[in-house]
Design a protein around this ligand. Structure first.
Ligand SMILES: Cc1cc2nc3c(=O)[nH]c(=O)nc-3n(C[C@H](O)[C@H](O)[C@H](O)COP(=O)(O)OP(=O)(O)OC[C@H]3O[C@@H](n4cnc5c(N)ncnc54)[C@H](O)[C@@H]3O)c2cc1C
Length: 320
């Protein structure tokens, strides 16, 4: 089958490789250059063990991390976080895709899907097929800081989340919010990052965590994956793991894409239920209170720790 993949981020690169490996004739169109201008904290959460994590660009694996404000650490029962250089990650994914026959076209901005093939839309937020109002989004700003922090930090305040992830001799630090208007996110990211060191580069973008529409359109023969499908986690903003999961799912269901959305949502069920609870907390302002008042809630900084959080058990939410 002829397939056009739009977008050369993690979702598009993974989907194009898997489909080419299955014998499909795949072209990937990327508006810019693969691995350039990435805006990301560059942490990969291995939430879905069946999803092979990217091979290239790995900087460090955190098997036992959590630096919290009070300095305590705890063991993350078997789940790891990986810190990547995402430019290298994507260039490596590109090489692997090309090695199995994917035709890559850079500086190729696609405005609409082709009529004569299946289109996998991996164009990020918003999909070229939909408007921003079809999504719920957060917004995050990432700063590259010219000092190195020793530990990976992720935590919440009542108005958003912040991170600082060591990146070789530098630190990738930033700030994200999920409640619009996204007032002064850049300022907050800058103030937070300046505590670590001098800022070399600032970038930012939306975190789409919900999409109001069908992911597969059988008439137009288009399927959405990754951020284009609104798949980020609405608590910690991570979206690489779900971008890769959705790419795998498209490949798995390519002979019957009417199953794609249901199977993907089924696999993401725990993540989605958790998202629902945390968004309701956020909407009525309880998330901040809970984070401040309940010491346990501070453990909610990685999926693996979610099970330990008694306050969520009250809402009977199975988490990861
Ligand atoms: C500041 C920030 C920090 C983040 N930190 C993390 C993190 O630490 N960990 C994590 O897991 N997630 C993080 N995320 C989210 C993560 O970056 C995304 O979920 C992930 O990039 C989604 O991958 P994707 O392939 O779906 O989309 P993208 O990575 O957005 O790739 C889409 C690609 O499509 C291309 N494109 C767009 N339009 C067109 C067009 N018309 N024609 C051709 N090409 C087009 C774009 O140039 C882009 O290369 C962060 C996001 C932001 C903004």
């Amino acid at each position: 089958m002829k397939v056009e993949v739009i977008g050369g981020g993690p979702a598009g690169l993974r989907a194009s490789r898997l489909l080419a490996e299955m014998g499909h004739d795949v072209t990937l169109c990327e508006a810019g250059e693969i691995g350039d201008n990435v805006s990301c904290g560059e942490a990969y959460l291995n939430v879905y063990p069946e999803v092979e994590r990217p091979r290239d660009g790995l900087i460090r694996e955190y098997a036992r991390v959590l630096h919290r404000e009070d300095g305590r650490e705890f063991q993350m029962d078997g789940r790891h976080i990986y810190q990547y250089d995402r430019g290298l990650m994507e260039r490596g994914m590109r090489e692997r895709a090309e090695s199995v026959g994917v035709h890559i076209r850079e500086n190729c901005m696609r405005e609409k899907p082709s009529n004569d093939c299946l289109t996998v839309d991996a164009s990020g937020f918003p999909s070229i097929l939909y408007s921003p109002s079809d999504y719920d989004c957060g917004f995050a700003v990432s700063c590259l800081v010219a000092e190195r922090t020793e530990r990976m930090t992720f935590d919440w305040t009542d108005f958003g989340y912040y991170w600082s992830f060591p990146k070789r001799e530098m630190t990738n630090a930033g700030f994200g919010v999920f409640r619009s208007p996204f007032k002064d996110v850049r300022g907050k990211a800058v103030r937070y990052s300046q505590n670590i060191g001098g800022i070399e580069k600032i970038s930012g973008g939306f975190i789409p965590y919900s999409f109001d529409g069908a992911l597969w359109n059988s008439e137009a023969r288009t399927v959405l994956i990754g951020d284009a499908a609104g798949l980020c986690n609405s608590f910690h903003g991570g979206g690489i793991h779900t971008a890769l999961l959705s790419a795998n799912m498209v490949a798995n269901t390519i002979d019957g894409l009417d199953r794609y959305q249901e199977e993907l949502m089924g696999r993401m069920d725990d993540e989605l239920q958790f998202a629902e609870v945390t968004s309701s907390f956020r909407e009525d302002g309880r998330l901040g209170e809970l984070i401040r008042e309940d010491d346990n809630i501070r453990d909610v900084t990685h999926p693996s720790s979610f099970r330990k959080v008694s306050v969520f058990a009250k809402w009977k939410v199975p988490i990861f």
